[in-house]
Design a protein. Structure first.
Length: 215
């Protein structure tokens, strides 16, 4: 089983809780020889932002014009992200909530693979069809505040966003979500909150390792 882990925090694990979740998850999978685990680090990869330069590159490809360096980088980055997702049976996202949403680099990764004909399509009646229903997803997320209450939940636009895109548009089966929250809001309980969350990360890794290889 091919597992792609999308790491979306470049803070050291001592400072970034979702970075620690990533490290804990990877450590917990050591010895799971039946899994082929690779990491796509959105901060380490060359990921130019999605915009008009990419559309210019598409047009030049059709007309046979020469691409600029930026256009070449964009096409290569988009293809690399798509290839990584294509090869994966399970995609694990490890990310923080920053300013109510996901990091911009993770948004860029999503933009690369959020493509008609690749992750979804439209049928003859104009209905959206999910194209990644054969894949599974796991979310590992950290947020310093508490966003699980009815009052705050609508403001949380990281995991909610990924659920809608990865599950709703792409059609991946979200098999696990681990969220560590409130460690900044209640610093006196931070160590306890984080430790309990990391135990759930280990449990998620253990469940993944036990999945049937044809699941």
């Amino acid at each position: 089983m091919n597992v792609l882990v999308v790491k979306a925090n470049n803070r050291p694990a001592a400072e970034g809780v979702s970075s620690k979740m990533y490290e804990t998850f990877m450590e917990a999978l050591q010895g799971a020889d039946q899994l082929n685990v690779t990491t796509y680090d959105v901060f380490a990869e060359d990921t130019p932002y999605f915009g008009q330069d990419l559309f210019n590159a598409f047009g030049k490809l059709q007309s046979g014009e020469e691409l600029t360096d930026l256009e070449q980088r964009l096409l290569a980055a988009k293809q690399k992200a798509m290839d990584a997702v294509s090869a994966a049976d399970v995609v694990v996202f490890a990310y923080p909530l920053w300013n109510l949403t996901i990091p911009a680099k993770l948004q860029t990764f999503i933009d690369y693979v959020y493509a008609a004909g690749f992750s979804f399509k439209y049928d003859e009646q104009g209905n959206m069809v999910q194209l990644m229903t054969d894949k599974k997803a796991i979310f590992l997320s950290a947020r310093g505040g508490v966003y699980s209450t009815p009052e705050m939940a609508p403001m949380e636009m990281s995991t909610n966003y990924l659920r809608n895109v990865v599950g709703g548009i792409f059609g991946m089966d979200i098999i696990d979500e681990v969220v560590i929250e409130g460690h900044n809001a209640t610093p006196d309980k931070a160590a306890e909150i984080i430790e309990a969350g990391l135990e759930k990360v280990k449990e998620a890794a253990a469940k993944l390792a036990k999945l049937p290889q044809n699941a």
